[in-house]
Write a protein that binds this ligand. Structure first.
Ligand code: HEM
Length: 415
């Protein structure tokens, strides 16, 4: 029922600005910096040259020679984000320079101390996360040009050449396509509070449209990421997913020298750390299995605090599904179901992508294991031993993703 009592206090409206989000960029960091102030030259020189330093096995020696720099000259969140991005990439290369069998147990003080200081200031863990790898790792070639793949480049990279670049930039385009959907989440939240059925209907339609556009953007993975019959192209996934938690190659975790004498364990980057689908799931009241929820919620610890707060705000708001069920409004039910249906379709498409680029590629790489070294040309060949089971409670990547897709579809409101 509409509330016409003007004296009654209206609940606080939901805005993107409260969560440092923009209408155009969604969760992407708008126009990230690609240069740090002069004192940080030693970090930037190494970070800008990582593929070469890793492939020529020189990165570790360069890192040991780095001066111990303080984080105190960094100003504002954009410099902090770039510094986190640079140190995350350097750390990944440092740990994995010699592949799975040659990892290190200790991150030296000159890298670990500023890395942990900056991580603490940003509220991020000291490991490469989606917020670094994709959200803050982009620049326009022509500043006045569009946010299109032809006009984009990554700031830093790891061995993986064009495939890694394509993987990062297509994921960025998926995040960009989600931006109107993120705005629609806010509009839907406010339409429930007001309440305004027309505005809610429009917001749900906008959200469904954005999700379809995310699937279209995801399709570009085929053209932008190479797939070689021998599985070499899984390098880009591996580069991103390197981690020191539940990883047989680093059972004890990693000691951050000068920070803690005890090893610390962190999950590696994953687009499961993207806030977009968490936000859509919460708005649509999608309930995943206990095991999947545990993994997905753990991924929230790897998001920037404002993004996490955005999800929490949706969680604490009145339930959209309950609102639609109690309204008995057929138009709203159809619009809601359309959102659920396209979200499940997006997840189905993602499963096909994962099957092609990880499962099949890993099987091919396994067949070749032992015949080639871990860095071949610009590409890593051997899959990590835990690839099939990573982070998903042992249920395997595909059964996890299928379960999440099926529980999404189960959200449909039957008439
Ligand atoms: C070649 C491209 C991709 C590969 C190989 C890939 C791989 C994976 C894998 C292995 C997982 C399981 C969780 C984990 O182990 O971390 C996962 C989960 C996930 N990925 Fe991707 N991914 C790709 C692209 C994307 C893109 C572009 C997005 C969108 C931003 C995305 C969003 C997600 C989400 C949200 C999850 C959590 C499961 C869910 O909510 O459905 N992925 N991905």
């Amino acid at each position: 029922m509409e509330n016409n009592n003007e004296n009654e206090e209206k609940p606080l409206l939901f805005t993107l600005r409260r969560f440092h989000l923009s209408e155009d960029y969604g969760f992407l960091l708008p126009n990230p910096l690609s240069e740090l102030p002069a004192p940080y030259g030693p970090w930037m020189e190494i970070a800008n040259n990582l593929p070469h330093l890793i492939q020529s096995h020189q990165l570790r020696s360069q890192v040991y020679k780095m001066p111990q720099l303080s984080s105190q000259h960094l100003k504002g969140h954009r410099e902090l984000h770039l510094a986190h991005l640079a140190l995350s990439f350097i750390t990944m290369g440092f740990v994995w320079q010699e592949g799975e069998e040659g990892t290190v147990k200790l991150l030296p003080r000159n890298l670990a101390v500023p890395y942990c200081e900056i991580s603490q200031m940003l509220g991020l863990p000291p490991i490469l996360v989606h917020a670094d790898f994709v959200l803050a790792n982009w620049k326009k070639k022509n500043l006045n040009g569009p946010l299109e793949i032809e006009n984009l480049d990554t700031i830093f990279s790891l061995p993986g050449g064009e495939s890694l670049r394509g993987f990062i930039l297509v994921t960025l385009l998926v995040e960009k396509a989600a931006a109107p959907g993120v705005k629609a989440v806010v509009q839907a939240g406010n339409a429930i509070l007001q309440p305004d059925k027309e505005a809610l209907h429009k917001a749900l339609q906008e959200m469904a449209k954005a999700i379809k556009e995310m699937t279209d953007a995801l399709k570009r993975m085929h053209a932008c990421v190479g797939f070689l019959a021998h599985g070499s192209t899984i390098s880009y996934c591996l580069a991103f997913s390197l981690r020191w938690k539940d990883n047989p190659a680093m059972p004890g975790g990693l000691i951050y020298e000068g920070v803690s004498d005890e090893p610390m364990s962190y999950s590696g980057g994953s687009a499961a750390q993207s806030t977009v689908l968490h936000a859509f799931d919460e708005l649509l009241t999608i309930r995943h299995s206990k095991e999947s929820t545990a993994f997905l919620h753990r991924m929230r610890d790897y998001m920037p605090p404002h993004h996490r707060a955005f999800i929490e705000e949706i969680q604490s708001a009145p339930s959209l599904k309950q609102h639609i069920l109690s309204s008995g409004n057929e138009k709203l039910r159809i619009a809601y179901n359309q959102c659920v249906s396209v979200l499940a379709d997006l997840r189905t498409y993602h499963i096909a992508i994962v099957t092609k680029f990880i499962i099949t590629a890993a099987a091919n790489a396994k067949a070749k294991k032992g015949k080639e070294s871990h860095w071949v040309g610009s590409l890593q060949i051997n899959p990590p031993s835990s690839l099939q089971e990573r982070g998903t409670g042992g249920s395997g990547i595909l059964s996890f993703l299928k379960s999440v897709r099926d529980t999404t579809r189960a959200g449909i409101i039957e008439c």
